[in-house]
Design a protein. Structure first.
Length: 101
């Protein structure tokens, strides 16, 4: 859900007064952590537990993940248990499989 960002790292970053809004969701900027911290900067929304933009250090380089669009809500059909979403699939326990073979 957090797109590879560890929310525990927020405690080691400094909050700034900067914020931005994407599709009505407000994100605050955190940056300026210790040099050994793998995250250099993150724009974070605590209510959604979602980063909209963050930069991680990788050796001499860095990687930036940016979400360009976001909207509140979820497709509840995708949150159904797999048995409901894929009724043609069958679940086979390993022990049951061994008994038949």
């Amino acid at each position: 859900m957090t797109l590879g960002f560890d929310p525990d790292l927020l405690a080691r970053l400094k909050p700034s007064k900067q914020s931005r809004t994407v599709n009505g969701i407000r994100f605050a900027r955190y940056a300026g952590g210790p040099q050994d911290l793998p995250v250099r900067e993150v724009w974070w929304n605590p209510d959604q537990a979602l980063p909209i933009d963050f930069v991680t250090a990788r050796g001499a380089g860095s990687i930036r993940l940016v979400i360009e669009r976001a909207r509140a809500g979820a497709n509840t059909a995708l949150l159904q248990p797999p048995a409901f979403r894929f009724p043609a699939y069958r679940v086979v326990e390993f022990a049951d499989w061994l008994e038949r073979h």
